[in-house]
Design a protein around this ligand. Structure first.
Ligand SMILES: *[C@@H]1O[C@H](CO)[C@@H](O)[C@H](O)[C@H]1NC(C)=O
Ligand SMILES: *[C@@H]1O[C@H](CO)[C@@H](O)[C@H](O)[C@H]1NC(C)=O
Ligand SMILES: *[C@@H]1O[C@H](CO)[C@@H](O)[C@H](O)[C@H]1NC(C)=O
Ligand SMILES: *[C@@H]1O[C@H](CO)[C@@H](O)[C@H](O)[C@H]1NC(C)=O
Ligand SMILES: *[C@@H]1O[C@H](CO)[C@@H](O)[C@H](O)[C@H]1NC(C)=O
Ligand SMILES: [Zn+2]
Length: 325
């Protein structure tokens, strides 16, 4: 067996291209955010044990307990003028749209809400031409996630999973399969899946921070490099908190499969029709690859992916989000 310095070993298992990637799988241990998540105890309880569960907020909604170090990091960013003074939005729960007071324009460069399809150049939206970046939101969920992880493993296919904190807490076995067995990439999808732009700065910190913390503690100390906002609901205030407090890049999408609406507004056939249009018939984004919003939420959403996967492999380079761009 080769004898190598320990620090080189993790790099060797990654594809060569990822070494040059501006966005590695996880943040370096020297990143300022890493200090916010370090635990005092050298050895943490095993994932899934009662002692592990006890480390995290219980109950539903945005955790009201927020470590002082995170609030201090937020205050430092605010005092440096890094967090724009944009009001919290109000959600119209029927339309799923957000509105801002005081005539603030969600489509303007100051607010730039992705709920209104506004992008900024630092958002991860478009993979290079010929590339499909596989991302799945809302896991881990016993059942659909088990099927998805088994399918990905059988196909030696990596993907990015934007996970919900409370779902990790409820499905530790599935978490360990995605991370430990499949060696897939784990991103942040918040603790309790709110519309982030409706929250206060402190609450955004709580939602992102607790999710980073449970991923950190359950992966031997890795700090995710990106988050995807639930419902795509982010704006320049939320983007700035993610970036300047936690070093997280914003990942959105350039096609919405609407798989999350199967059984309530759309059908599996309609979703597969959209996927076929983009993947097989060239109906995607001109000159760009595909970053499709897909979910490991239900058996039907996973089935729609498994059905289109052979066509993806036939004509595309299929990667997890962070390995090619
Ligand atoms: C650290 O270890 C002590 C003693 O085992 C325990 O009481 C405490 O809850 C642990 N803290 C964390 C954050 O794991
Ligand atoms: C933020 O804007 C509000 C009005 O929208 C204003 O009342 C408040 O003073 C501003 N805060 C800062 C720190 O500029
Ligand atoms: C993956 O392969 C195993 C072993 O052949 C099989 O039991 C399992 O059903 C496969 N998973 C999927 C989702 O097809
Ligand atoms: C932002 O990106 C999305 C996804 O590619 C696209 O549909 C939308 O048109 C873009 N918005 C603008 C204003 O260009
Ligand atoms: C691959 O692309 C070609 C040309 O667009 C198309 O005709 C073919 O059906 C695709 N293959 C699969 C398996 O999707
Ligand atoms: Zn979601």
């Amino acid at each position: 067996m080769l004898s190598l310095p320990l620090t080189l070993l993790p790099l060797l298992s990654l594809p060569l291209l990822s070494l040059a990637s501006p966005l590695p799988f996880y943040q370096p241990h020297t990143s300022p955010a890493a200090a916010l998540f370090r635990r005092q105890n050298a050895s943490l309880p095993a994932v899934g044990t009662d002692a592990w569960t006890a480390l995290y907020p219980s109950g539903s909604g945005t955790p009201s307990t927020i470590p002082q170090a995170w609030l201090d990091a937020l205050a430092a960013a605010e005092n440096s003028g890094l967090i724009p003074n944009i009001s919290q939005s109000t959600l119209n729960s029927q339309s799923g749209m957000t509105t801002y007071p005081d005539g603030q324009d969600p489509t303007g460069t100051e607010v730039c809400s992705f709920t209104y399809q506004c992008n900024v150049t630092t958002d991860i939206v478009n993979p290079p031409e010929g590339v499909i970046a596989l991302t799945f939101d809302d896991g881990p969920i016993p059942g659909p996630s088990d099927t998805l992880y088994s399918f990905l493993y059988n196909n030696s296919q990596h993907a990015t999973h934007f996970m919900i904190g409370v779902n990790i807490l409820g499905a530790p076995t599935q978490f360990l399969t995605a991370f430990g067995n499949n060696k897939d990439h784990i991103g942040v999808h918040t603790w309790s899946h709110p519309y982030l732009t409706t929250l206060s700065n402190d609450q955004v910190v709580s939602e992102l921070g607790w999710t980073v913390q449970i991923i950190h503690d359950s992966t031997g100390g890795l700090i995710p490099s990106c988050y995807r906002p639930p419902y795509g609901d982010t704006d320049n205030r939320v983007r700035a908190i993610a970036e300047h407090v936690f070093g997280l890049k914003t990942v959105t999408w350039n096609q919405d499969s609407e798989d999350w609406m199967i059984g309530d507004g759309t059908t599996e056939e309609a979703v597969e029709g959209s996927l076929t249009n983009w993947v097989v018939d060239g109906g995607g984004v001109q000159g760009q690859g595909l970053l499709i919003l897909e979910h490991e939420l239900m058996d039907t959403t996973v089935q729609a992916f498994m059905d289109i996967y052979p066509s993806m492999k036939a004509n595309w380079t299929v990667v997890c989000r962070s390995s090619l761009f």
